[in-house]
Design a binder for this molecule. Sequence first.
Ligand code: MG
Length: 274
Amino acid sequence: MRHLLPVTLLLTARLFPQQPEPATHQKLIPTLWVQTAPEWRGLCLQTYRAATTALSRALKDKKSTAAIEQTGNFRKLKPAIILDIDETVLDNSPGQARQVVTHTDFDPKSWDQWVKEQQAVAIPGAAEFCQYADRRGVKVFFVTNRDQSQKSATLANLNKAGFPASPETLLCRGDRPEWNTSEKTARRQEIAKTYRILLLIGDDLGDFLPGVRTSIEQRAILVAPYLENWGRKWFLLPNPGYGSWEEALYAPKRAAGPADRVRQKERWLQPKQP
Ligand SMILES: [Mg+2]
């Protein structure tokens, strides 16, 4: 009997030769998390619920502003909030899932097509929160790096998903020549001229601060003076799929293709020696 074991192993190895590891798309795990995990949904609801409480507090506290761009006497200005769009109020995970199943990466052309399809749905809790702010007389602004050419599709998608948005409250990249940049600071400044900004809500450091497209170390230094704002004036949604945090992994250069991206990411891992 004893001699049968090696024969069986040999046969098994012949029948089931070891498969090479399949190349895993970099967006597989983050997209699955967003599309299947109640934990993701819970985080979104938690953020918008906390923002609802903070909104009431900020409405009463006329000395309070959430925007570092807001200076001077703003106590008597009408109240407003500023939200980002992608992965803050609209969920684009179906577009990312498309990249995974077609083994492609983000590219401006397919992104434009996705935007024009207007298929994005509301992030859990986001539409209810915006409707609540609107009912309380708070102007709801959307400041997005979607392009001016995508404005009407974006507006239609927002309205379809239940958001109170209009051409005046949707500020796209390139709406004005001086806004033709991913920096949102000039757009926040513009809103701050006529409104007191109660809260900022986003999924990326750039939704709160300028100059975030820099190194990992610099980003930490940049946000350090404002840590008190999280959960009080600044509210974050989880985005494990992309963002300026990911670009920082490759800084100061851009990655030279998918394999280089993986190599550069691994460089930042901090395993402990056993
Ligand atoms: Mg975003």
